[in-house]
Design a protein around this ligand. Structure first.
Ligand code: F6P
Length: 481
């Protein structure tokens, strides 16, 4: 089996004391551990010395580099977070495009390619993750890489007329042509991508299985990311019995726990979520004192302007709701702006009667899946899930709500709180079946097998001597703004 090389923007190098945290990190590490390999990307630090540092954790090697202040500002804080993130989540009012950001995005992708090439072996399988790194495949082809290269987008892909709002969108779309395979989270994202190529790239041939931008087709398919179900269940069971789990349980004094966990991000719909909880308290006085809502909002991208403003809005909403409804011996909303270990969060989720996952738009949302896997089979909690999260395409036995309709979310919450145990078990079993069918291991296997297959057919399309040139030629002129 060939070596797997994973590239993602942020590489959270784990240590014995600090195991990997969070959806993408846990999923990618589990893929690497299964077959051994290399994980390459940014170490999360800002420094002028960008030399590559190599370390090991089990059978996985990490190669990381810092970003200079200018690169961090233009590529990460600028293009990735102020252009691509809002664009892909269809939040054009939040998009703040600048040419310097786009130049920085291309500069860093070129640099990452040049730093990665010396670490590669001819038979490696390269798997590139997320919107920070779309041009990386083409940069690697230009540097002569003939390896299999796949790309997976963790975020949504918007409809084509939204994507067209991105200046130079055509160049970015053409860069996808350097990949052997492009993976998306849901069929909705797949259609957005295919339509964007169809309407945006003159002469491109598209089908539901491939897009042909240059001389060879790029496979496209849906691979909904998932979780390690048994591992989540075991960690949650331990977390429930840990001292933090026991303290949380004791503090509830018999109230039902409604829980949300998210990065503090405007796509997660936290202010509307608070308002929906307020609507519940307002319209159903009998629920007061019987429920406590715990929202953990993990600090994220705090130096990106929209995030600071959103934090203030959330502080204000939480203060208002508690000011309005709290009593001297009961506080309805516990809002924590801080991070916890993955194990602690899973333990907390396993204690919740209701998992409240209401993003305004989300690629998948692994918290929804973790909430389900963390439940106790005999007395499971209920998932209230936004229909705009990718996870809703699979977890249709949740209570599906529209996060823009506060009454709908409040009704969903009331239904979840009142739901009899038989119905809770039925819904939970249906969702567990889905999770067991498509767990993190299957996600990885399916992607890598499809990459192998599409690479083989792509090579057949091209004359062997023309391969590198043809693959590198897909974006043509005009790649710089
Ligand atoms: O899932 C989207 C994503 O941008 C991942 O690529 C990333 O690991 C995570 O969110 C956290 O974001 P950031 O690296 O910007 O803190």
């Amino acid at each position: 089996m060939s070596r797997l090389v994973v590239v993602s923007n942020r590489v959270p190098v784990p240590t014995e004391k600090r195991p990997p945290q969070g959806g993408l990190a846990v999923a990618v590490l589990s893929a690497l551990e299964t077959r051994g390999g290399l994980w390459f990307g940014w170490n999360g630090k800002i420094a002028e010395d960008k030399s590559v540092v190599r370390t090991r954790y089990g059978n996985v090697e990490f190669a990381t580099t810092a970003l200079s202040r200018r690169d961090y500002d233009d590529y990460y804080r600028g293009f990735s977070n102020r252009v691509m993130w809002p664009l892909l989540h269809a939040r054009l009012e939040r998009m703040d495009y600048r040419r310097s950001y786009e130049n920085g995005y291309r500069r860093v992708n070129q640099y990452l390619a040049s730093a990665l090439v010396p670490l590669l072996r001819p038979d490696d399988t390269i798997w590139i993750h997320d919107y920070h790194l779309i041009p990386l495949g083409l940069e690697l082809r230009r540097a002569g890489c003939r390896q299999r290269i796949g790309f997976f987008l963790h975020t949504p892909f918007p409809p084509s007329d939204v994507f067209r709002a991105l200046p130079h969108y055509r160049s970015l779309l053409m860069e996808f042509g350097a990949y052997d395979l492009v993976g998306l989270q849901t069929d909705v994202d797949l259609r957005g991508f295919i339509n964007s190529v169809h309407y945006g790239v003159p002469g491109a041939k598209v089908s539901m299985k491939s897009v042909q931008i240059g001389s060879a087709p790029t496979g496209v398919a849906v691979f909904p990311i998932s979780i390690d179900v048994d591992d989540v269940a075991a960690t949650a069971a331990k977390g429930r019995k840990s001292s933090s789990g026991r303290r949380l349980l004791a503090s509830l004094s018999g109230s039902d726990l409604v829980m949300g966990v998210d990065r503090l991000d405007y796509t997660k719909g936290l202010v509307p979520r608070f308002r929906a909880f307020e609507r519940l308290l307002e319209t159903r006085p009998a629920v007061r004192r019987k429920v406590v809502c715990l929202q953990i909002a993990q600090p994220s991208r705090g130096d990106v302007p929209g995030y600071q403003q959103m934090r203030r809005a959330l502080d204000a909403a939480a203060g208002e709701i508690n000011g309005r409804f709290a009593e001297y011996d009961w506080v309805p909303l516990r809002y924590l702006h801080k991070g916890f270990s993955h194990a602690t969060i899973l333990g907390f989720l396993s204690l919740a009667r209701v998992g409240l996952v209401t993003p305004l738009r989300d690629g998948m949302n692994l918290v929804a899946k973790e909430f389900v896997a963390a439940q106790r089979p005999e007395d499971p909690g209920v998932l209230v899930l936004s229909e705009l999260a990718g996870a809703a395409r699979e977890l249709d036995a949740a209570i599906i709500v529209n996060p823009y309709d506060l009454d709908d979310v409040a009704d969903g919450l009331a239904k979840a709180i009142d739901m009899p145990v038989e119905e809770r078990r039925r819904r939970w079993s249906a969702m567990m079946k889905v999770l067991r069918r498509n767990d993190i291991h299957r996600w990885r296997r399916r992607f890598l097998e499809a990459l192998e297959d599409t690479r083989a057919s792509r090579i057949q399309t091209l004359a062997p001597s023309a391969t590198v040139g043809a693959l590198a030629n897909v974006a043509g002129p005009g790649r710089q703004p």
